[in-house]
Ligand binder design. Structure first.
Ligand code: HSE
Length: 438
């Protein structure tokens, strides 16, 4: 049978890994697809010294690949927003199927890209865009198709998890560990995307759309990074039985959908709390299946290539069998129909528990004033620890609260910070029990 002819655009970490996996496993991949999948052309601004492209046409102009009549599938691995969007739209206009690992592209331009692909009758596959090698999109879109998804929570940025893990275990500095993650090829070209939660928000946006059947709405995602987490917070969380993880959380309620990325205290016994280093994991709660967990390498050349090649196999099978009904890009049909519209909730409306750390003047009545402010906002305290004075007359107070609405906590923090007895800003980290009842 005729081979499926692939054009790879971008020969960096993931492009090189994809080239190697497709070449090395060519026989097995052909048996799975029922026909060979061959690399017809590579478009890359520069060579990858780890990648032997001899015998393959190489062009410096990636748009040559998108227009090449001998190519069936364009694999977009250049990353970024604008050029990638133009490349993918050009490929679609030219009737090519597209496989991409680009979460920023899908999260921000996905609605437009899917419309164009649908009109042209081509596939856009993006398993590698979320959690590298973990087949979480396929699991959520197909394997859990019988469920009403209630929530999902995940460690979906390997670099951030790598940094938090090594800072905690080895007492190393943030910059030192970040440099190592960059050298290992985990970090984004702009590592602020990793540490500020933007990369995770891209991925969470995609997961939420597939979980709940919504258009992609990255602009409504709340993001908070890990740069403000201190060694003291890590230690206090540990004393209280929690681990701090940078989580992406999306949850459906009657009013809408929560969509948020922020550092989060989770109970140490949760499996997610024990996901270390560059590994990713996503916990998904379905009404029928209950809790499920997807774990594996969330970044890196060959793990991400694993997902790219799986998408190529799907495309190859689809072309071969000429399906007239395909799995919808975002799992549900009619994601843009008003009847299906669920708003993304503003952050003030989310409901969660909180860890607070404040520095207070050590004199009678301070704790009572803190407790009064919280109680007037209807916030119930679960635990309170007052530490010995460390900074002159100031004592750290650690509070854990029960679940409350974010707007009440915002108001309580505003009032706490205006007390003469409280020094500096209040540290707030959200707390999720991730148990089956929520
Ligand atoms: N920079 C990303 C991460 C790469 O660290 O998870 C994979 O998307």
């Amino acid at each position: 049978m005729n081979p499926v002819r692939v054009g790879i655009c971008g020969l960096g970490t993931v492009g090189g890994g994809t080239f190697d996996v497709l070449t090395r496993n060519a026989d097995e991949i052909a048996r799975r697809a029922g026909r060979p999948i061959v690399i017809e052309q590579v478009g890359a601004r520069r060579d990858n010294p780890d990648c032997d492209t001899s015998g393959v046409k190489v062009t410096r102009d990636i748009f040559d690949v998108a227009r090449n009549p001998d190519i069936d599938v364009v694999v977009e691995l250049i990353g970024g927003y604008d050029v990638a969007r133009e490349l993918v739209m050009t490929a679609i206009e030219n009737g090519k199927h597209v496989v991409t690992a680009n979460k920023a592209l899908i999260a921000v331009h996905g609605n437009e890209i899917f419309r164009a692909a649908h009109a042209k009758g081509v596939i856009v596959a993006f398993e590698a865009a979320v959690a590298g090698g973990i087949p979480v999109i396929k699991s959520l879109r197909e394997g859990l198709g019988g469920n009403r998804i209630q929530w999902l929570a995940g460690i979906i940025n390997g670099t951030g998890n790598y940094i938090l893990t090594h800072m905690r275990d080895e007492g190393r500095t943030f910059d030192d560990v970040l440099a190592e993650a960059q050298a290992l090829g985990y970090a984004e070209a702009d590592p602020t995307f990793d540490v500020e939660g933007i990369d995770a928000a891209h991925k969470l946006t995609i997961l939420a759309s597939i979980a709940f059947g919504l258009p992609l709405q990255f602009e409504h995602a709340y993001t908070e990074g890990i740069a403000r987490i201190t060694a003291e917070d890590v230690e206090q969380a540990d004393n209280l039985g929690y681990t701090i993880k940078h989580l992406g959380i999306t949850r459906r309620s009657d009013n809408g959908v929560e969509l948020r990325v922020h550092p989060t205290l989770i109970p140490k016994e949760r499996l997610l709390a024990n996901v270390h280093g560059v590994k990713n994991a996503i916990s998904v709660m379905g009404d029928a299946v209950g809790p499920t967990l997807y774990y594996g390498a969330g970044a890196g050349a060959e793990p991400t290539a694993s997902a790219v090649v799986a998408d190529l196999l799907d495309v190859a099978r689809d072309i071969t069998t000429a399906h007239h009904y395909r799995v919808p890009y975002l799992a549900f049909s009619g994601v843009n129909d008003e009847a299906n519209a669920l708003p993304i909730l503003p952050m003030e409306e989310i409901v969660t528990a909180y860890y607070l750390r404040l520095l207070a003047v050590d004199r009678p009545g301070v704790l009572a004033r803190v407790a009064t402010i919280l109680s007037e906002q209807g916030i119930s305290i679960e635990a309170i620890i007052q530490k010995e004075a460390t900074e002159g007359e100031l004592v750290p107070i650690i509070l854990m609260t029960h679940r409350t609405r974010e707007q009440h906590m915002n108001e309580a923090i505003r009032q706490l910070e205006s007390l003469a007895d409280i020094a500096g800003p209040v540290t707030r980290i959200r707390v999720e029990s991730l148990d089956e009842q929520e």
